[in-house]
Design a binder for this molecule. Sequence first.
Ligand SMILES: *Cc1c(COP(=O)(O)O)cnc(C)c1O
Length: 476
Amino acid sequence: MHHKVTIEPFRIKVVEQIKLTTEEERQVFLKNANYNPFLLHSNEVIIDLLTDSGTSAMSSEQWAGIMRGDESYAGASSWQRMENTIKDLTGYTYILPTHQGRAAEHLLYSRIGGAGKVFISNTHFDTTRANIEFTGAKAIDLPIEEGKHPEVIHPFKGNLDTKALLRTIENYGPKNVAAVILTVTNNSGGGQPVSMANARAVAEICKKHSILFILDACRIAENSWYIRDHEAGYEDKTYRQIAQEMFGLADGCIMSAKKDALVNMGGFLALKDLDLAISCRTVLIITEGYSTYGGLSGRDMEAIAQGLEEVFDEDYLDYRIKSTAYLGNHLDAMGIPVIKPIGGHAVYVDARSFYPHIPPHEFPGQSLVCELYLKAGIRSCEIGSVMFGKYDEQGQLIPAEMELVRLAIPRRVYTQSHIDYVIETFRELKKERHLAKGFRITYEPPFLRHFTARFEPLGGKDSPQVAGLEKGGVFA
Ligand SMILES: *Cc1c(COP(=O)(O)O)cnc(C)c1O
């Protein structure tokens, strides 16, 4: 029998209570959080789709690994297991453990960045961009044209525009290009996959110009699913073999283990080049910890090693991609504008076209994020002008390319009925879409402002007085 229903290929062994709240309660919670869901308490949230990062449920084998964790300061067996697993998967020689992905970014980009340097990517993730810009270097996003249009269908919308890459390298001079970073899948660009052909083309360009080629490999297992499904010549490969082939094209990778390593904390940097690895290791030991644990406990390293095996399981990956598409396809069918095709770890709603009456400088994405929370206790993340907007010299907002709201799906956490509840909520929001109001920022820090920014609704019935924003008051 061919089954139409994709079931969760696991059963539940431990449960975690969800506190159900009312809309009235949530109005108070959201106001107290200054209309920024990052500032909500987790027990005020019913379905948490803020991020797929570090929110995975671990398997019984990973929990068994937690008990096996070797907490020796140096040369722990848990480190050896993690190192061997990563070497075998990536083919890279030098593995540097870190407490999460951005720490690995800091190690590498603080070494090769600096004023006058340029980094080029299909799309820099927010922490990637921040780590690069913090060194004084410039981060340039060059997604393919199709990737900029939510409604355009393309099997590999995460691809990097190789023609634009060549032009940009020529423009800045190869010596000034510190690295080309291919983010797989392209998180900020809609969770869209990158084809092997594109990775190969990027690798050739980098080789020809002697430019370092780095994979941001947070979701490389999910990316491999799309390559096998959509790219000719990969039908008979395993997901793991496909990932190995892609790693083989680059000079190194950064990975947040909080995504496709199925753990709650961890990351690593892996490199082919010895001199670069030694330079990064110095910073690792100064800022993270000794080189055989980074910022990790032995038990964390056991769970990462195990997670990196489990994530390539055929049934898991198939369920993972299809269950995310289940949400996206249902929203699409009811006329909610979503980025298509549906990405692997999240569904991205195009808030600009859902709320056409709210202009970008009034943050339509923030508005949808707040409506989802008020209506149903669903927490989601704005990926638009709050996250990526900039100011020109006159202080006018330069809006982001798109105004998206990301519904990120934690791995192995929610069941189909949780997702049906989300779908039902969108049906309601659609009916009331013309009533949604824009927002104004009342406080923002200079970097990664979306995490701690504060907002007030514009012209809404409960527009609050702007609270005193003395410095101490925003460090809540
Ligand atoms: C999450 C993520 C990072 C940063 O990793 P953290 O573990 O959150 O520090 C970098 N790049 C991409 C594409 C990511 O999704």
